[in-house]
Design a protein around this ligand. Structure first.
Ligand code: ADP
Ligand code: MG
Length: 450
């Protein structure tokens, strides 16, 4: 039995509808309510809504509703600006497609080994999600047939253009039959987006959903601190808010590093994210933030682009952005999908409504501890490690409760497992001798803040 939802009034297939209630999507978000009927009619849509408003499901449901699983050819293509984003989109589409048997989705992203992607493409894909360069490469090599594509999506189109992908996007889009449906989503709507839309869409319907932050959901506050007091002000805000997850924005990589070092010396669980990090350190940092084994992430705008982090209660503009769009984009990391959040800006001169940092709670508690700890297993998918193996061993051999395990991330060659903060002794004791398929488990090395 499925409970009736507001999605019911849309002409979605029963398999999709039934799964939605299973996912807890009881009603469409405003962008979904506005865009889905048009998408399901087959119209081209130019959609704008803030980060976290549910754009992925808007186009994801639209394209899934069109797919014919019995024809194993590429029917939908989604172009995203960065790999992390493509992976999130792929994950969300897979979740939405859970009730449709035999749907094949392949991600084609730069920065990943090409071989497995080629093998997957030869085996066939109904849906392809990826970044422009890698998609173009597969088209050139004839590994991706574009003639069967009926739905084309450009996600975060403004970022695609910001990051200089205009040419590659056009190279990919041109050979796709004009009979296609083209959906273009963007958080902002500059002239470049309108012009791109004119080039690739047919008679598009614009759907704009309140670009301002939903009132009352995100509380924004300006805190005045002189440059030399900023790190102390930051530390006080973080302790006052007791945030187990917070994102701090700095203007430069050097700034990130200094702020993170100071916080670490005060006992904060902190990591940095900037453009010059090794891919492995970058992924590990994101895994730790997502699995809640690090509390504070200090990032530059470039590095944080396209990040989708759920449940982020606090954003701090350590160096406020000059550009209101960037400010909005940063603040949009909190208060997602109807949750509440707070955003603080550290201003170096008092502004109307700002409070002085000295007026923040004078005796805030100690730095909050992360609720989880991360362990590293030196084997992954290639060693046939699966989540079930890990849970089984930790419960049966190490004596943990299933609730002591958190997020499990398994990549090709290694895995990261989050355990409830407090059980690490038990885990280490078991790991001194125990093995999982011959692989060792050890406390995870924290990337150096540099
Ligand atoms: P956007 O692309 O607009 O930034 P996402 O598509 O990433 O936003 O969605 C943000 C979050 O909202 C995701 O965690 C998603 O699973 C959730 N979500 C989407 N649609 C619904 C819905 N109708 N009901 C509840 N949660 C939803
Ligand atoms: Mg999105």
């Amino acid at each position: 039995m499925t409970t009736p939802t507001a999605f019911d009034s849309l002409s979605l297939s029963p398999a999709l509808l039934e799964n939605l209630s299973g996912l807890g999507y009881t009603e469409p978000t405003p962008i979904q309510a506005a865009a889905l009927p048009l998408i399901l009619e087959g119209r081209d849509v130019l959609g704008q809504a803030k980060t976290g408003s549910g754009k992925t499901a808007a186009f994801g449901l639209g394209l899934l509703n069109q797919i014919d699983p019995t024809r194993l050819e590429t029917q939908a293509l989604v172009i995203c600006p960065v790999r992390e984003l493509a992976e999130q989109v792929a994950t969300e589409i897979r979740r939405l497609a859970r009730n449709i048997p035999n749907i094949k989705l392949v991600t084609l992203c730069g920065g990943m080994p090409g071989r497995p992607q080629e093998i997957s493409m030869r085996a066939g894909a109904h849906i392809v999600v990826g970044t422009p360069g890698r998609i173009a490469k597969h088209i050139r090599k004839d590994l991706l047939q574009v003639t069967s594509i009926t739905t084309l999506v450009l996600d975060e189109a403004d970022r695609l253009l910001d990051m200089g992908f205009a040419e590659e996007v056009m190279e990919v889009v041109k050979p796709i039959p004009r009979t296609r449906q083209t959906l273009l989503f963007s958080a902002t709507f500059p002239e470049e987006i309108r012009s791109l839309s004119r080039k690739i869409q047919k008679n598009p319907e614009s759907v704009i959903v309140d670009t301002a932050l939903a009132p009352g959901i995100v509380e924004e506050r300006e805190v005045f601190a002189k440059p030399q007091d900023k790190t102390r002000a930051l530390s006080r805000i973080l302790r006052q808010e007791m945030a187990e997850s917070a994102l701090v924005f700095c203007a430069t990589r050097q700034g990130c590093r200094e702020v993170a070092k100071t916080l670490a010396s005060e006992g904060f669980s902190v990591a940095t994210l900037h453009g010059e990090m090794e891919q492995r350190d970058r992924s590990d940092t994101l895994i730790r933030l997502a699995n809640r084994s690090v509390c504070v992430l200090v990032a530059t705008d470039v590095a944080a682009r396209g990040l989708d982090i759920d449940d982020l209660p606090l954003v701090i503009h350590y160096d406020p952005a000059n550009d209101p769009d960037i400010h909005l984009h940063r603040t949009g990391r909190t208060g997602r999908a109807g949750r509440s959040g707070k955003a603080f800006s550290l201003v170096e001169r008092p502004v109307p409504g700002s409070i002085s940092w000295g007026d923040l709670s004078p005796q805030p508690g100690p730095p909050p501890a992360p609720p989880m700890v991360s362990f590293l297993l030196n084997g992954g998918k290639k060693d046939k490690i699966r989540p079930g193996d890990l849970v089984g061993v930790m419960v049966n051999e190490a004596g943990l409760n299933p609730e002591d395990l958190g997020h499990i991330h398994i990549s090709d060659t290694y895995a990261v497992i989050a355990f409830r903060n407090g059980v690490q002794r038990k885990v280490e004791k078991w790991a001194a001798k125990g093995r999982i398929k011959g692989k060792r488990l050890s406390p995870m090395y924290v990337p150096d803040i540099s």
